[in-house]
Design a binder for this molecule. Structure first.
Ligand code: UDX
Length: 447
C-alpha cells in the first residue's frame, strides 16, 4: 500500500517505520522542517530502542521517505494516516486544532479515492468531524476510519509489530477490507467495529489501566498501615485470570503522555454529556496523591526537609524512554524544593529533556545539582530516592549506596530492591506497600 502519515511524533513515526518494514511504501510528513531534516539525515528525534536502525534500513531500501509537503505525500497515497498531537486544553479537553488543520489540508490536495485513518487519540465523534473537514475541501471520494494506537513508549516498535489486537472502526466495507489486509500480517486479533466504539475503546483501555494502577497504589498504602506486602497481594490477585497480573505494580503513580491526558479527556468527554465519571476522577486524584507519598516518607525518616540534601535517581516517567511528560519526578522535585531541600539529580537518558521541559535549558536553579553520573547524586546526600526503575539503578550496589550517603535513608518509589537484599545493609528503607526497615537513626548526629 502507498501510505502517507501526517505527524512524525511517537505514533506517526513508529507506525510509518513499521509499515515500511512490512513492505509498504510510506511517506511521513511533518510541518517542522528541522525535524524532517533530522529524519532525512538518519537521526530519530526520540529515544526509542530499535527505531533508528529500522528507520534507516527502510530509508535505504527506498520504502520510507520524509517530507514537509503534505500535498506530495497525500496525492500518491491509498491510505492517509492522521497521527498529529492532541494536547490537553487547560480544562482537560483534547485540543483538536492540529487534527482539523491536517484534515482540511488533506481535503485540499486529495487526488483520488483514499482511506483517511485517524490514529491520534480523539474524543468520540471526532472521525465524523474529520469526514466533514475533509469533505468541505474536496469532491473526491474517501472513507474515514478510526484505528487507535496502543503502543507503549520504550517498546513501541515491538508493540506495533506484535499488537494484542487491532481495532478498525469504520462504516465502509472497502476501507475495512483494505485495513484488515494491511494489519493481517501483525495479528489475527482484528476487531471490526463502528467508528464511535473504536474511539471509545482507546480511552476506555487507557482509563482502565490507569484505574488498575491507582487501585493497586491504594491497596499498597493500606498494606503499609496493616502490615501486609503489596507485592504478595498483587501476585495473589493477578493469578486470577479475571484480574490479570499486569499493571499491578505499586509505585509513585503513572505519568507519561497518555494516561494523564487521556483520563482527563475522558472525564471531560463524560462531563460534556452531563455524566459525572466519579470513579475516573478518583483515579486521577489518587495518582496525584501517590506522588506525595515520597515526601511523606522522607519527612517521616528525616524529621524535616529544610536544608536536607536529597539524591534523586530517575527523571523519566518510566525506564526505556527520555520522555518526561507528566513525570512524577517533576512534582516531587518541585515539592522538595518548596520544602527547602537541595537536590542532586541524575537520569541516564532524560536529563536534557527534563531540564528543557521543567527548568530553563541550562537547568540553573540554586537548589538543584544536575549530576554527571548516578553515584554523584548519592555522595553526601541525606537520603536517596529512586523514582524511575532504570536497570543501572536496579542493579546498583546497595553497600556502595550506604557508604556514599551522608544519611542512611533509601526511598524506593518503584519497589525494585528485595527486602532481604536491603536488610543486609544498614540502610533505612522505605518502599511502596511493603514493610519499612526503619532501624535506629544512627546518623542522627550528622543530620
Ligand atoms: C500507555 C499505554 O500502555 C499504551 O497502550 C498507550 O498507547 C499509551 O499509554 P506508556 O505511557 O508508554 O503507554 O507507558 P506504560 O508502560 O503503559 O506506563 C504508563 C505509566 O504507568 C508509567 O508511569 C509507569 O511507571 C506506570 N505503571 C505502569 C505503574 O505505575 N504500574 C504498573 O503496573 C504499570
Amino acid at each position: 500500500m502507498k501510505i502517507a502519515v501526517i505527524g512524525t511524533g511517537y505514533v506517526g513515526l513508529v507506525s510509518g517505520v513499521c509499515w515500511a518494514e512490512l513492505g509498504n511504501d510510506v511517506t511521513c510528513v511533518d510541518k517542522l522542517q528541522s525535524k524532517i531534516d533530522q529524519l532525512n539525515s538518519g537521526k530519530v528525534p526520540i529515544y526509542e530502542p530499535g527505531l533508528e536502525q529500522m528507520m534507516n534500513a527502510n530509508r535505504t531500501a527506498g520504502k520510507l521517505r520524509f517530507t514537509t509537503s503534505l500535498a506530495e505525500a497525500v496525492q500518491l497515497a491509498d491510505l492517509v494516516v492522521i497521527a498529529v498531537g492532541t494536547p490537553s486544553l487547560p480544562n482537560g479537553e483534547a485540543n483538536l486544532s492540529f487534527i482539523q488543520q491536517a484534515a482540511e489540508e488533506i481535503g485540499q490536495v486529495l487526488a483520488g479515492y483514499a482511506i483517511i485513518v485517524t490514529k491520534s487519540t480523539v474524543p468520540v465523534g471526532t472521525n465524523e468531524r474529520v469526514a466533514a473537514w475533509v469533505g468541505a475541501h474536496t469532491s473526491q471520494p474517501f472513507d474515514v476510519a478510526s484505528v487507535p494506537e496502543f503502543l507503549r513508549e520504550g517498546s513501541a516498535v515491538r508493540d506495533t509489530l506484535h499488537p494484542d489486537r487491532i481495532i478498525i472502526g469504520t462504516d465502509s466495507e472497502r476501507a475495512a477490507a483494505a485495513l484488515e489486509s494491511l494489519h493481517r500480517p501483525l495479528t489475527d486479533q482484528i476487531v471490526r467495529t463502528d467508528i464511535r466504539s473504536a474511539e471509545m475503546i482507546k480511552y476506555a483501555s487507557n482509563a482502565f489501566l490507569a484505574t488498575k494502577i491507582s487501585f493497586i497504589n491504594e491497596i499498597a498504602n493500606l498494606c503499609e498501615k496493616v502490615g501486609a506486602n503489596v507485592e504478595e497481594v498483587a501476585t495473589g490477585m493477578g493469578l486470577d485470570q479475571r484480574i490479570g497480573g499486569s499493571f499491578l505494580r505499586a509505585g509513585i503513580g503513572y505519568g507519561g503522555s497518555c494516561f494523564p491526558k487521556d483520563t482527563q479527556a475522558l472525564i471531560q468527554i463524560a462531563g460534556d454529556v452531563a455524566y459525572d465519571f466519579k470513579l475516573l476522577k478518583s483515579v486521577v486524584e489518587v495518582n496525584q496523591l501517590q506522588r506525595r507519598s515520597v515526601l511523606e516518607k522522607l519527612a517521616d525518616s528525616l524529621g524535616h526537609l529544610n536544608g536536607r540534601t536529597i539524591g534523586l535517581w530517575g527523571l523519566a516517567f518510566k525506564p526505556g524512554t527520555d520522555d518526561v511528560r507528566e513525570s512524577p519526578a517533576a512534582d516531587i522535585m518541585a515539592a522538595l524544593i518548596e520544602a527547602g531541600a537541595v537536590l542532586k539529580v541524575y537520569d541516564p537518558i532524560a536529563m536534557v529533556n527534563f531540564k528543557r521541559t521543567y527548568y530553563n535549558a541550562a537547568g540553573s536553579d540554586d537548589n538543584i545539582i544536575w549530576c554527571e553520573e548516578q553515584w554523584e547524586a548519592v555522595l553526601g546526600s541525606d537520603a536517596l530516592c529512586l523514582l524511575t526503575e532504570w536497570d543501572a539503578f536496579v542493579q546498583a550496589d546497595l553497600q556502595r549506596v550506604e557508604s556514599l550517603l551522608r544519611g542512611s535513608v533509601l526511598i524506593d518509589g518503584r519497589n525494585v530492591f528485595r527486602l532481604e537484599q536491603v536488610a543486609s545493609t544498614g540502610l533505612r528503607y522505605y518502599s511502596v506497600g511493603r514493610p519499612a526497615l526503619k532501624r535506629e537513626r544512627s546518623e542522627t548526629a550528622s543530620l
